[in-house]
Design a protein around this ligand. Structure first.
Ligand code: 5GP
Length: 114
């Protein structure tokens, strides 16, 4: 199995500010935050990106979103609002080939995104 940077964070081989971890999902603060709250939520299993998901991954996806929503509550941004983002490929700016959900909040955000 490929060992990308997020696999190494999940396995605690490299340091990260991990705010949640269970047997399926790990969440940690982004090293280059784009908002006052910027948490990356990843499956522990190596899935390169969103286009690799299959119907069998539906429970895992549900878990990713449930964790993101719970963290938004814990971080105090549930009522002010937050954005959940998955980047796929070059034009979207994906830089790490391990599926991840960005949880962004704590400031007003523009639409459409740049
Ligand atoms: P992408 O651009 O692929 O959607 O998002 C990757 C995110 O991972 C970026 O926001 C980037 O700052 C973050 N990131 C990359 N390497 C590391 C790292 O080693 N530790 C942490 N905490 N975040 C990282």
């Amino acid at each position: 199995m490929e060992e990308d940077i997020f696999c190494q964070i999940v396995a605690r081989k490299i340091p990260a500010d991990i705010v949640f971890q269970d047997d399926q999902v790990t969440a940690f603060r982004d090293i280059n935050p784009q908002a006052p709250v910027h948490i990356v939520v990843v499956p522990n299993r190596h899935i390169p990106d969103v286009s690799d998901l299959t119907p069998a991954d539906a429970p895992l996806l549900g878990r990713l979103f449930a964790v993101a929503n719970e963290l938004a509550r814990r971080e105090g941004i549930a009522s002010s609002g937050y954005r959940l983002v998955i980047n796929h490929g070059r034009d979207a700016g994906q830089s790490v080939a391990h599926l991840h959900l960005h949880l962004l909040g704590g400031r007003a955000m523009a639409w459409p995104p740049g």
